[in-house]
Design a protein around this ligand. Structure first.
Ligand SMILES: [Fe+2]
Ligand SMILES: [Fe+2]
Length: 134
């Protein structure tokens, strides 16, 4: 299932919401490449494309957390690191096997992770930042 943006994903910080929308787009491209049974190269291209933006995005959130001395910085950063690790694993997986199980894994480790992370962890950060950035 593609990721569809709705206002319920908004965390109240416009720059971050925009980045999340871009992440949805890139995740959908990865899903599509897997579902359409494209070759290894095409899938790993979309994975790298996603990975690049994930790094940019995590660095951005982390720099804001540091700038405003967010009390939950370390825990939040650890979650980002775990996700980065999962993406690496997925990249290795994509080298060996592309097919239904990869689609399932992308849904489980990428789509579900985003939804959970944005609606819980990033929203908490958003509430904090909205106060500070007033
Ligand atoms: Fe985020
Ligand atoms: Fe985050």
């Amino acid at each position: 299932m593609p990721m569809v943006w709705s206002n319920s994903f908004s965390i109240g910080v416009e720059a971050i919401d925009k980045q999340h929308q871009e992440l949805f787009k890139r995740t959908n491209q990865l899903l599509e490449a897997c579902q359409q049974g494209r070759g290894k190269e095409a899938v790993s291209k979309t994975l790298t494309f996603l990975e690049d933006y994930v790094n940019t995005h995590f660095s951005y959130e982390e720099s804001l957390m540091q700038k405003y001395a967010y009390p939950e910085f370390t825990a939040h950063q650890n979650l980002h690191r775990e996700f980065t690790q999962s993406l690496l694993k997925l990249k290795q997986e994509a080298q060996n096997n592309i097919g239904l199980s990869l689609v399932t894994q992308v849904n489980k480790f990428v789509v579900d992770w985003w939804i959970n992370h944005i609606t819980k962890v990033d929203k908490k950060l958003g509430a904090f930042l909205s106060e500070k950035m007033k």
